[in-house]
Design a protein around this ligand. Structure first.
Ligand code: FAD
Ligand code: DLZ
Ligand code: SF4
Length: 508
């Protein structure tokens, strides 16, 4: 008896659990471009085009090695609204009721698969270094879940950068050598670009017609859509970008969209690359003397540390995680996030490149768009939906802990021990944005004062009860308390006026 083998858009590898458990001679692979998945948030057109084209290429690869594939294109007359509808139609067509699936990376879809009136087996997604059971057992009984301890476990388990049971170089973490401000220019050409083939060109036309109104530029489209090309992009980064990745990981420069970043997350998250092969490629570069340890350790920590850690948190915390709002923030997401006019140069740079590339690097996401939303008190669910929509690498298991947790502190400290807030000083130190901004970062109040400077104190003042006793925030409150009362009053009044202008939709 045949079974249906579901392969979702972010499960595009022969190593996916459902394919490994299936029988090529009897079972039928089901892949479907469906309206529900394409519209649960207004995805960036580049993200949809990437997914659909990568899905179509993977279906071809499956057929070439002998799989029978039941594939529905978005534009087919028999296209389905949901994954469930696609499975039900395939079940009827092939007269079978058993489905092998790999668990999706989102509670919404997990529930959807459980609710389908078919015999669905959901296998654990084993593309990660830590299984669910391993994360849960690591987390159990701990008062706080902190990345550093989890990361060391992942280093031991994977053997990456290990010298026996000791970390290479005598330290687990080389962050103190990293995080330098940007130099004047960038000597890496950025991510490898690929020319759309006929499959991608067809998808681009479809996305233009059906999703052309979504926020984001569809063209030029340069992403890899096959595993072979994603591997070329990996090699290109390891050869040209990795050596300086550590040093300039947190730097930002006007009109430099990628600096020394890998721009591989979208490939990793759909299965075109595997996390361990990416880490091993980086480790080899260190062993061959092509990249220093601080860069390679920093890079590997992002993948077997942060990426695994946030996934563990997402499934550990449960389906209500994305609705948390620890700080009771309730402001609507300002129009500037969708490209509305702003005089704040840091934000216009981050949003413009997000629209153009469906990409911004970590510090732009955390310390520019994330920091501003947190300081301004934007409702975390609106922030979450924005990040889920606009980035090509965004799937809830990875996006939500980064946004709801790390960036908006809406989980009350599950991911991080204190909120990531900063005044304009941090942005000025790590970028050249302030040099050409209409606001002055050095000005704390009055005409032209940088809004981050005003909102930073507004945030601390309005959340004093929550944070004054946090040992990592005591210094901030002592500085605030040392200011004279008139200055404090002026800051709060000016911040309030700024927030009113933001709410009224005035260009700020
Ligand atoms: P690099 O900076 O070159 O890092 C290398 C790799 O490390 C990345 O490809 C990625 O796989 C991994 N990585 C780095 N940081 C993280 C992290 N914090 N969490 C998980 N993996 C990490 N990443 C996503 O993959 N999808 C998201 O939807 C997403 N949303 C985010 C939302 C916010 C508010 C923030 C602050 C961060 C978010 N991140 C997300 C994490 C990070 O910003 C991206 O992984 C990174 O910018 C991807 O670009 P890159 O490939 O050039 O990464
Ligand atoms: C993101 C996405 C989009 C845009 N479209 C599809 C689709 O049409 N078919 C599909 O199988 N998957 C798609 N995806 C990816 C899913 O939304 C993803 O599997 C879930 O969010 C779980 O991570
Ligand atoms: Fe951003 Fe303020 Fe710098 Fe302008 S001055 S770029 S608003 S941090």
């Amino acid at each position: 008896m045949s079974r249906l083998v579901l392969v979702l858009g972010d499960q595009l590898t022969f190593d996916i659990a459902s394919l490994k458990a299936a029988d090529k001679t009897k079972d039928i692979v089901v892949m479907a471009e469906v309206a529900d998945e394409a519209s649960y948030v207004p995805h960036h057109p580049k993200k949809i085009a990437f997914l659909f084209s990568a899905m179509r290429h993977f279906a071809e690869n499956l057929r070439q090695v002998g799989w029978r594939v039941n594939y529905t294109k978005f534009e087919d007359s028999g296209a389905h609204a949901s994954i469930g509808a696609a499975l039900l139609a395939a079940a009827e067509e092939h007269r079978c009721s058993k489905v092998l699936a790999t668990e999706p990376g989102e509670w919404r879809l997990l529930k959807h698969l459980n609710d389908i009136p078919l015999d669905v087996t959901q296998l654990e997604d084993d593309r990660f270094v830590a299984s669910h059971a391993e994360f849960l057992s690591w987390a159990e009984g701990r008062k706080e879940l902190r990345l550093e301890w989890f990361y060391r476990e992942m280093r031991r388990k994977s053997g990456l950068l290990m010298d026996g049971d000791k970390p290479e170089g005598g330290k687990w973490n080389f962050d103190q050598d990293n995080r330098k401000p940007a130099p004047g220019g960038v000597d890496f050409s950025g991510p490898m670009h690929f020319r759309p083939d006929h499959i991608t060109s067809e998808v681009l036309d479809l996305v233009e017609t059906r999703f052309g109104d979504n926020f984001g530029d569809l063209r030029p489209f340069w992403f890899a859509v096959t595993s072979d090309d994603a591997h070329r992009a990996l090699a290109h980064f390891v050869d040209g970008g990795l050596a300086k990745f550590g040093d300039y990981q947190d730097a930002m420069l006007s009109d430099e969209r990628f600096l020394w970043h890998a721009v591989l997350s979208m490939y990793l998250n759909v299965g075109l690359l595997s996390p361990l092969e990416v880490c091993r490629a980086a480790e080899s570069a260190w062993k061959d003397g092509r990249a220093p340890l601080n860069a390679v350790e920093g890079f590997i920590r992002q993948i077997i540390g942060w990426r695994e850690f946030v996934r563990g948190i997402y499934f550990h915390e449960g389906p209500d995680y994305v609705s948390r709002n620890f700080l009771d923030h309730d402001r609507a997401l300002p129009a500037l996030y969708w490209g509305g006019e702003t005089k704040m140069h840091c934000l216009s740079q981050a949003v413009d490149q997000t629209r153009a590339e469906a990409y911004a690097h970590h510090i732009q996401r955390l310390m520019v768009t994330g920091n501003f939303a947190l300081l301004a008190g934007v409702h975390p669910h609106e922030v979450h939906e924005w990040y889920l929509a606009v980035y090509a690498d965004a799937y809830e298991w990875v996006e939500a802990p980064n946004t709801v947790g790390m960036s908006q502190f809406a989980d009350g400290g599950v991911v991080g021990s204190k909120p990531y807030v900063s005044s304009g000083n941090y942005i000025d130190r790590m970028s050249d944005y302030c040099k050409t901004c209409a606001y002055s970062v050095k000005t704390k109040t009055g005409e032209g004062a940088c809004p981050f400077n005003l909102l930073y104190w507004h945030f601390l003042d309005r959340h004093r009860k929550r944070f004054a006793s946090n040992p990592r925030m005591g210094n901030m409150y002592r500085t605030w308390d040392r200011m004279n009362a008139d200055k404090r009053e002026t800051i709060i009044a000016e911040a309030d006026a700024f927030l009113r202008a933001l709410e009224n939709g005035d260009p700020v």
